[in-house]
Design a protein. Structure first.
Length: 477
């Protein structure tokens, strides 16, 4: 693919000292925690935004906060860039390294440190996977609410970096709403604690600042997260419509009525067909758009809520209403939705966008998205968190065709600008990374960018943490 997104040039002063740097790092961590042979570095050259890749200088996989602090102190002293990495599932290129950078991977820090039911919290290392928290506490009737589609693999550290969400964020919120505290290593190796088990912390809300900072303010090594009691019951229902516009309008009316289901997920016809072929979930194939609406509570509560939702759907000419009848059927419904990105990858290369729009503009943005992609001669499959307006159009293209690759990126940029112009923003949960970096000027004025960069500089004066990401390369502080 032709490289349209630029990276900062590698620091010659770092590249010329590569062997010395590797030797020094070997003194700071055990031998099995350091990777520096070129062929072994290949798995770390990109993340889920596979259009771009750079082989890092070295990879360090620490097991403890103390080891992270030692590496950070060394890299800060010698001005060596550092890129934090969780599971590498970033769809915005947030974990792509540079040739002069040390990748600091947290995959070996994968222990659940404490479960405290009296305070309804869990304290975990940053390399713990999202799903494993719910698996740990599920037997006792609790769960961790944020549930990205990649939750089987993605880690809490990465979730904090990108402020990840998921299908159930409509009711329970995204990572920042479920994060109570972190242990974080600053750029110079200093270890600090932010928040804790309590619901609020004194002083400035630095925890809110860190969540979503994409590894540019420090390296989170431990997190204390909120646990939620499992509901009495949960029931997903499929609603099929003859147009995406009607489905989008139905979503806006459901939320506008004051009803907050636990999830409202959207699929258009291409996405329905792709996911059904993969998961055999029982999705209706004779509709143009599908909503997965999940409600929870007692049987009486779910019946009453669904009655109101069905009445709203009928005002939008709903064609199909199908309630799941068993736990197995419910699991299949969610398997189809959670497998959407992987299932799409079976039939074509794609870029997954991540714009967020006001619910009242869903229908308009869906219509304009189709027009944009058609104008570029490409195809699109829409699957996203409709309840909070977090859109994920999957732009399908042939990655072996440089012209198509460029068209896909250009179409994606236009869609993200459309989201901003409709009153939304560039990202809902995937982060800025390199993908949306040069669109930041479309959403923010220069004074607004200057203020954000001033905050970053206060934490990282040399700008060695995750370079080339988030802020446009021109006009940096």
């Amino acid at each position: 693919m032709a490289e349209a997104i630029a990276f900062l040039p590698p620091r010659a002063s770092v590249l010329s000292r590569r062997d010395n740097i590797v030797t020094d790092l070997a003194r700071l961590v055990p031998a099995d925690c350091l990777i520096h042979e070129e062929r072994e570095l290949a798995p770390f050259e990109t993340d889920a935004f596979i259009s771009y890749r750079r082989v890092p200088l070295a990879v360090v996989l620490p097991r403890t906060t103390a080891q992270v602090a030692a590496v950070m102190k060394y890299c800060h002293r010698h001005a060596v860039p550092v890129v934090a990495r969780g599971a590498g599932t970033s769809l915005s290129g947030g974990a792509i390294p540079q040739e002069d950078a040390v990748v600091l991977g947290l995959s070996k820090m994968s222990r659940v440190l404490e479960v405290d039911y009296s305070n309804r919290t869990a304290t975990v290392q940053a390399g713990v996977t999202n799903l494993s928290i719910s698996e740990t506490v599920g037997i006792d009737g609790f769960f961790y609410a944020p549930d990205p589609s990649s939750q089987l693999a993605c880690t809490i550290g990465g979730n904090i970096g990108m402020n990840s969400g998921g299908a159930h964020c409509l009711k329970y919120g995204v990572t920042t709403n479920n994060l109570l505290g972190v242990r974080m290593v600053l750029v110079d190796g200093t270890v600090i604690e932010l928040g804790g088990k309590h619901l609020d912390a004194a002083g400035y809300d630095l925890l809110g600042l860190v969540c979503g900072s994409e590894g540019q303010l420090g390296i989170v090594t431990e997190a204390t997260v909120r646990l939620i009691a499992k509901p009495e019951g949960a029931r997903p229902v499929l609603f099929g419509f003859d147009s995406s516009e009607e489905a989008g309008a139905c979503v806006a009316d459901i939320i506008g009525s004051g009803i907050i289901p636990v999830a409202i997920e959207f699929m258009d016809k291409p996405a329905i067909e792709i996911c059904e072929a993969f998961a055999k979930a029982g999705y209706p194939l004779d509709v143009a758009a599908l909503l997965i609406v999940e409600v929870e509570g007692s049987e009486a509560e779910m019946d009453a809520t669904l009655k109101d939702i069905v009445e709203i759907a009928r005002r939008h000419q709903v064609k199909t209403v199908r309630e799941c009848q068993s736990a197995t059927e419910a699991a299949l419904i969610w398997k189809g939705r959670k497998s959407a990105f992987g299932a799409t990858g079976r039939i074509a290369d794609y870029i997954c966008m991540d714009g967020t729009v006001p619910l009242g503009k869903l229908s308009y943005v869906l219509e304009k998205t189709a027009e944009i992609v058609e104008r570029f001669g490409l195809r699109v499959a829409n699957v996203f968190h409709a309840g909070d307006g977090n859109m994920h159009p999957l732009i399908l293209f042939n990655a072996n065709d440089p012209e198509e690759s460029m068209k896909a990126e250009e179409a994606g940029n236009e869609i993200l600008k459309l989201c901003v112009d409709a009153g939304g923003c560039l990202t809902g949960e995937h982060g800025v990374g390199i993908e949306k970096r040069d669109l930041m000027r479309h959403q923010f004025t220069q004074p607004e960018l200057d203020q954000q960069m001033a905050i970053r500089s206060a934490f990282d004066e040399q700008w060695i943490l995750n370079p080339s990401k988030v802020f446009p390369l021109e006009g940096r502080r």
